[in-house]
Design a protein around this ligand. Structure first.
Ligand SMILES: [Zn+2]
Length: 77
């Protein structure tokens, strides 16, 4: 069946018997994301989550040993 990526309007052909096709047929509101957009979103989401986590960890470390923060910046610009 033909599906349209809701982000970039790319039209893809997917296997009628695939789980995704079944899901879209059963729930017409289910949106299709082409692999490129899916990857992009996944990477963005992951990067944002990692940034958040990294910041949280750094803050926690700074609180634990205040004054020794210079040792955590080794190898970073
Ligand atoms: Zn797309």
């Amino acid at each position: 069946m033909r599906v349209t990526c809701f982000l970039c309007d790319r039209v893809d052909e997917i296997d009628d018997n695939s789980l995704l096709a079944k899901r879209i047929r059963n729930r017409p509101l289910t949106t299709y994301l082409c692999p490129a957009c899916h990857d992009r979103i996944a990477q963005k989401t992951l990067a944002r989550r990692q940034q958040k986590e990294a910041r949280g960890v750094v803050q926690a470390e700074n609180e634990r040993d205040a004054g020794d923060s210079a040792s955590h910046t080794n190898g970073r610009p």
